[in-house]
Design a protein around this ligand. Sequence first.
Ligand SMILES: [Zn+2]
Ligand SMILES: [Zn+2]
Length: 275
Amino acid sequence: MEFLIRSKALYTTWVFYKPDRILFDAGEGVSAELGNKIYGIEKIILTHSHVDHIAGLWGIVNTRNNAMGNRNKKLEIYYPQGSENINEYLKFIGKMNKRLRYEIDFREITLSDTIPLNNKRFIKPFKTRHTPGETSFGYQILEQRKRLKEEYRELKESEIKDLIINKKEDILENYTANILTISGDSLPIPPNFAKDCGTLLHECTFFDEKDRKIRNHTSLAELKNLINISKPKRVIIYHVSSRYNSKIKSAKEELNKEFPDIQINIVHPEKVFKI
Ligand SMILES: [Zn+2]
Ligand SMILES: [Zn+2]
């Protein structure tokens, strides 16, 4: 299992990304659904302060304190600097759980911060456009990698081996691979943050532009445009309004036809998504 996701616009959103033990957002019901897996979470990374993205935080903090499991594991919670509601909520959680039996770290982050992960990976936040006056971030998981310099890529395998053995030239270069990009609640994110990424998790609250009264979420037409420009390898569409429950299947079929080379999934508003 790589992802476990529950997301229904307005009600609850959380994304568990197992490879890096991250929970992006913590909407209602997350601890009940994850069960023992909450001990596997090392970092909770919040996109913004809306209640459908943070309501489950208290449950996680509390359940990790009471249930059986390894209490030596630290929990880190990251959120955009200046999120007053999150600050207040975390203060409240602290008051209600005075005797925590494990370490918990609350960290406000800015756009110039990076969050280090294991395996040469790190997280970079970027600014999203959601609600005026409210800071909201999307995030990228990036990985430092090495590859052959362009001028060597046409060589035969034996020639490359020769170069490596003789160490005559430095044939490798460093580059940063974009493993995952997550939008949080937002209008379409700037395409460069999703360019060639392994997985793009993007919100699409509205399939039909006409249903959107205020421009603070993404429509399907806008998302298609973003996919066309940024060319991710895989797309997981989440934060869909439950008014489209009966249209999920047909929307997925339509997208698969339009983007045959990209794996596209839609998180059904009423179901836990697993991949
Ligand atoms: Zn939301
Ligand atoms: Zn929101």
